[in-house]
Design a protein around this ligand. Structure first.
Ligand SMILES: Cc1cc2nc3c(=O)[nH]c(=O)nc-3n(C[C@H](O)[C@H](O)[C@H](O)COP(=O)(O)O)c2cc1C
Length: 188
């Protein structure tokens, strides 16, 4: 079956937004990728799934490295700019700098990373494979920088949401009751 873009079923998925940075034949570039996932702790592996037509895919195929900046709640505008228009035609990093977005240099990769992101990752490609209508790129994290007080933005139903909107909501099951039930249903 196919998953229809923008359909009710597609809207049931909730993701981060990874701001993927790269350098290559399309020069320095940034794109948004909601399909950015941690897939292993040891080694620390991150997977992105992106169109093979993107400037980012071309850059990464060439250099075998990329940056991931997990966008923070205050960076929805960066996600929108990075996710619209291609680096083949538009210097999105130049445009972002012009509106005050700051970048830091990667230590182990040539691509820059977005300042103020919840998490910055520098990745070296370990696997690169066509998967459905996207390319699956798995990178091993070789350097990172975390902003402990920064919360990642949520992308869902085609829009941005804040995790802090859900903070403090009442638990649906009383903690004591849940502990009792866990003991009751434990398999011996
Ligand atoms: C919030 C957001 C998330 C996106 N997630 C993805 C994604 O996971 N994979 C993908 O191929 N495109 C995704 N896109 C679309 C790309 O970012 C878009 O095609 C971009 O122009 C590609 O840039 P490039 O050609 O400069 O690499 C997303 C766009 C937005 C706004």
């Amino acid at each position: 079956m196919d998953l229809k873009y923008g359909s009710d079923e597609a809207k049931k998925f909730i993701t981060n937004v990874g701001l993927i940075t790269s350098v290559g034949k399309n020069k320095e570039n940034i794109m948004s990728a909601e399909w950015t996932h941690v897939i292993s702790y040891s080694p620390w592996l991150v997977m992105i799934n992106i169109g093979d037509y993107t400037a980012t895919a071309q850059n990464i195929a060439e250099t075998k490295e990329f940056g991931v900046s997990i966008a923070s709640e205050a960076q929805d505008h960066i996600c929108s700019i990075a996710g619209n228009g291609t680096g083949k035609e538009l210097d999105k990093i130049g445009l972002l700098k012009e509106i005050g977005v700051e970048f830091v240099n990667g230590k182990k990769i040539a691509a820059p990373l977005v300042s103020g992101a919840a998490l910055n990752l520098e990745c070296k490609v370990v696997k690169h494979e066509k998967m459905g209508n996207k390319i699956m790129i798995i990178g091993e994290v070789v350097n990172f920088r975390v902003e402990p007080k920064t919360t990642p933005i949520i992308f869902s139903s085609g829009g941005y949401k804040k995790l802090s909107d859900f903070a403090g909501s009442k638990p649906r099951v009383d903690a004591k009751k849940l502990e009792e039930l866990t003991n009751k249903y434990r398999k011996n």
